[in-house]
Design a protein around this ligand. Structure first.
Ligand code: IFM
Length: 438
């Protein structure tokens, strides 16, 4: 059997985010975030939980870094809680807040693990939400100022920065569908949030470069759900190519081309796009982060097809590894291969069982193997893919699903906070060590 080997220096890692794992929500001067507020709303979270304790990573980060080291991982993507650093969102810096990330970065570097830091993974300070949050155009400046504070504090050791995680979720789940914080249901608010998030990304690109050094690299992480043809027929292929894709057209396209297309402009309500905005949004990125979990199947005759799949995860997402190859190739073509890519999230939630102290999560292992294989195929076809971060290092707070979804390659026993490496964790260790799909 031919071994599918990845390029030398390919980075294998895992990803997490602050609100989902840290806990310590009221400790050491952390200010409240929109997720603290949202979790208190009736029925907002399926199991009535919140992230106030989560995986207690704030106190157990050394143990978690040791786990990554034991798994042979060379990179870790985590996010900074804005309200830990700037409790009111702007103004006074909380030294204890930045101190936590300072220690975390040192711990990672001592373990030989390269930090990839996301500046915004959804925990907006409540004080800024009171001023309109992302619907306020000033949010771009607030975000750039916050980014400057963090890069000045950590930029001597952190070289890889991600501005925003999945701005589609912040804008649409947060402001139009009401499923995420701050929980609004208003198309105009979502349109404004979308434009301001993109503007915040572009403004922060400049701020991060100004605060960093010549080795600073900065990009954005977007989530994708590409359209795949339901069959190889010409009609289905055309239908898939022509079908609307808000995730790509609304976010990747303006960043890569500096323009919103007609379909996006037609959906925007009440947004003021000022001269110069699009040039800021299309500022130079050093890389793009790709979050991939599933794809849409499009049939010319039936439209979007939901019932043809062999397998769904516990989230109800169809397992479609070919979509990962498709989006990597689409981005490769759109950037003429000039923009390095990282898979900044990919993984699956399944119901795990502990048997004699082990978690035999063979479905997650199969999911990862199938997706690693597609990533390898894309590299063979010319994609400049530099690394792969599995979502997630540990089971954690899955937003409106609470603690009922399990994405970790390490299980968390929430009653004791004990960590148990799942078979998928050992599999990832073996893949990372061999630098090949096994
Ligand atoms: O847990 C989330 C993460 O915060 C963002 N991307 C998708 C993951 C799974 O839903």
């Amino acid at each position: 059997m031919t071994q599918l080997t990845f390029p030398e220096n390919f980075l294998w890692g895992t990803a997490t985010s602050s609100y989902q794992i840290e806990g310590a929500a009221r400790e050491d001067g952390r200010g409240p975030s929109i997720w603290d507020d949202f979790c208190r709303l009736k029925d907002a979270i399926q199991d009535g939980s919140d992230g106030s304790v989560a995986c207690d990573h704030y106190h157990r980060y050394r143990e978690d870094v040791a786990l990554m080291k034991a798994l042979g991982l060379k990179a870790y993507r985590f996010s900074i809680a804005w309200p830990r650093v700037l409790p009111a969102g702007r103004g006074a810096v909380n030294p204890k807040g930045i101190g936590f990330y300072d220690r975390l970065v040192d711990e990672l570097l001592a373990a030989g693990i390269r930090p990839f830091v996301t500046l915004y993974h959804w925990d907006l300070p409540s004080a800024l939400n009171a001023q309109g949050g992302w619907t306020n155009r000033d949010s771009a400046g607030w975000f750039a100022d916050y980014a400057t504070v963090v890069v000045r504090a950590l930029g001597d050791r952190v070289k890889d920065w991600i501005t925003l995680n999945e701005p589609w979720c912040s804008a649409y789940l947060g402001y139009e569908f009401g499923m995420h914080a701050p929980g609004y249901q208003d198309q105009a608010l979502a349109s404004k949030a979308m434009h301001h998030l993109l503007l915040a990304h572009g403004t922060a690109l400049q701020a991060i470069r100004a605060a960093g050094d010549a080795n600073t690299r900065v990009g954005i992480t977007l989530n994708f759900e590409p359209n795949l043809p339901a069959s190889e027929s010409e009609d289905d292929r055309r239908a898939a190519a022509e079908a609307f894709d808000l995730l790509y057209e609304g976010f990747a396209e303006p960043i890569l081309t500096g323009a919103y297309n007609e379909r996006i402009l037609a959906r925007m309500v009440g947004v003021e796009i000022r001269p110069g905005d699009m040039a800021i949004i299309a500022g130079r990125n050093d890389f793009m982060g790709v979050n991939y979990y599933s794809a849409k199947l499009i049939s010319a005759r039936r439209g979007a097809v939901y019932d043809d799949d062999p397998e769904f995860t516990r989230m109800g997402w169809a397992v479609r590894p070919a979509g990962l190859y498709a989006i990597l190739m689409q981005l490769h073509r759109a950037t003429r291969g000039r923009l390095p890519l990282y898979i900044t999230e990919n993984g699956a939630s399944f119901a795990d069982q502990v048997t004699d102290g082990r978690v035999h999560d063979e479905r997650r292992v199969a999911y990862l193997r199938a997706h690693f294989t597609q990533a390898h195929r894309a590299i063979q076809d010319g994609v400049d893919l530099r690394g792969y971060f599995v979502w997630s290092l540990i089971d954690n707070f899955e937003w409106s699903f609470g603690y009922q979804q399990f994405f970790g390659v390490v299980r968390v026993e929430y009653a004791t906070q004990a960590r148990i490496i799942k078979d998928s964790g050992y599999y990832l260790r073996d893949v990372a060590t061999a630098n090949a799909v096994l």
